[in-house]
Ligand binder design. Structure first.
Ligand SMILES: *Cc1c(COP(=O)(O)O)cnc(C)c1O
Length: 395
């Protein structure tokens, strides 16, 4: 084992990366455990008790999740997560609506699980408009309106951004799409359990969900697919046993489904208190950090997730800053790193940030299990690190 890992195991850095993933809530784990062992049946086994138990648990979860977004249980299609749900929504709608048109619209700040399927469709000859955003990260409705065409079949705009936490005006976008009879898909991976969502009030036709950003297990998510007013036509992307109304074949992952529903149910029950507590922690962190000069807040100051703080630090190398912070806090920069190159965040670039500031960005994701003491520790550590690095950069 490397010395670095040993050192970090002795004193683990404080976890402030809740946009990447969250720990499973102990109550969620408790709900899941019996479905690995005594209630292990296949939900599709219809001829004996084991199957009935599994199937009843899945039905209960479907009802809980549907209730959380104002849908009916039959509208919920379980997937392996939001990546798969986004792929099913985008490719599935396009494939099933070829006679209507070949144009789709999305936004520059979307997650790669939306942008990459769209780019893939572009290589197949589909027409994709990628809308810019304003400097605060919000989509301009007038710009969206201008982009709509008679052959537009789908608009995909995320609910909450995974880097800057910005909340898009879903209800206004939904109303606009509905008026023009264009399907509206939203990636709500960061939003479920954090902000109220209602598929009817917001006129959402397809919505991608995932469990692991909201204290549920990894590897489970869902796609909401509207069946009435209008009935969404969708082509399956996985073919097989015909599970999930033929839209997503594959044996249902029962323990994960149970955990997903429990996580969402818990998050919705806790939402008022947690939003308040987490946003107070976020504001406390920003108050301390912003005593330093030349720090910039990325994204809209208030239309954002409670636990999100995204800042750019002037006069510092972004990679070096992350390395310097590693022993103190687990967080990510806006940059997407691969083994061969580091690119500045496409989200921050879309806000019009200069490249150096886009590189030198920090994304804090504060969550359920963080404490005031942890926030103060991180603030102190980050301030000292930034001051020291700026001093070095100056000489
Ligand atoms: C995490 C995330 C995804 C991917 O979800 P998985 O369930 O990990 O596949 C997609 N979109 C957004 C906005 C996310 O934050």
């Amino acid at each position: 084992m490397s010395l670095l890992i040993v050192r970090f195991m002795v004193q683990r850095p404080i976890y402030l990366d809740c946009h990447a993933t969250t720990p499973v809530d102990p109550q969620v784990l408790g709900a899941m455990l019996p479905y690995f062992t005594e209630h292990f049946g296949n939900a599709a086994s219809a001829s004996y008790l084991y199957g009935w138990e599994a199937s009843a648990a899945v039905q209960q979860a479907r009802e809980t999740l549907a209730g959380a977004i104002g849908a009916t249980p039959e509208d919920i299609i379980f997937t392996s997560g939001a990546t798969e749900a986004n792929n099913l929504a985008i490719k599935g709608v396009v494939e099933a609506n070829l006679q209507k048109g070949r144009h789709i619209i999305t936004v520059a700040t979307e997650h790669s699980a939306v942008l990459d399927p769209c780019r893939y469709l572009q290589t197949l000859g589909f027409d994709v408009t990628i809308l810019p955003v304003q400097t605060d990260g919000l989509v301009d409705l007038e710009t969206l309106k201008q982009a709509l065409r008679p052959d537009t079949i789908l608009v995909s705009v995320m609910a909450a951004n995974n880097e800057i936490g910005v909340l898009q005006p879903l209800a206004a976008i939904g109303a606009l799409c509905h008026e023009h009879q264009i399907l509206f898909h939203t990636d709500a991976a960061q939003a479920i359990g954090k902000i109220p969502l209602d598929v009817d009030a917001m006129r959402i036709d397809l919505m991608s969900l995932t469990a692991h950003k909201v204290y549920g297990p990894k590897g489970i998510g869902a796609l909401y697919v509207r069946r009435r007013n209008p009935r969404v036509q969708l082509a399956p992307q996985l073919h097989g046993g015909g599970h999930e109304r033929g839209l997503r074949s594959g044996t249902l992952y029962v323990p994960q489904i149970v955990g997903f529903a429990k996580a969402v149910e818990l998050a919705i029950a806790l939402m008022p208190d947690e939003t308040k507590r987490v946003s107070q922690l976020r504001d406390r962190l920003w108050q301390q950090l912003s005593q330093l000069p030349d720090l910039y807040l990325n994204g809209h100051p208030t239309k954002r997730l409670a636990g999100n703080l995204n800042i750019s630090v002037a006069g510092i190398d972004g990679q070096a800053l992350l390395l310097g912070l590693q022993p103190i806090v687990a967080l990510s920069s806006g940059s997407a790193c691969s083994s061969t190159h580091t690119a500045p965040s496409h989200v921050l670039m879309a806000l019009g940030r200069a490249k150096a500031l886009a590189y030198a960005s920090l994304r804090f994701g504060i969550g359920r299990f963080n404490t005031e003491q942890e926030i103060d520790q991180v603030a102190g550590g980050a301030i000292a690190t930034i001051q020291a690095m700026r001093q070095v950069a100056r000489v």
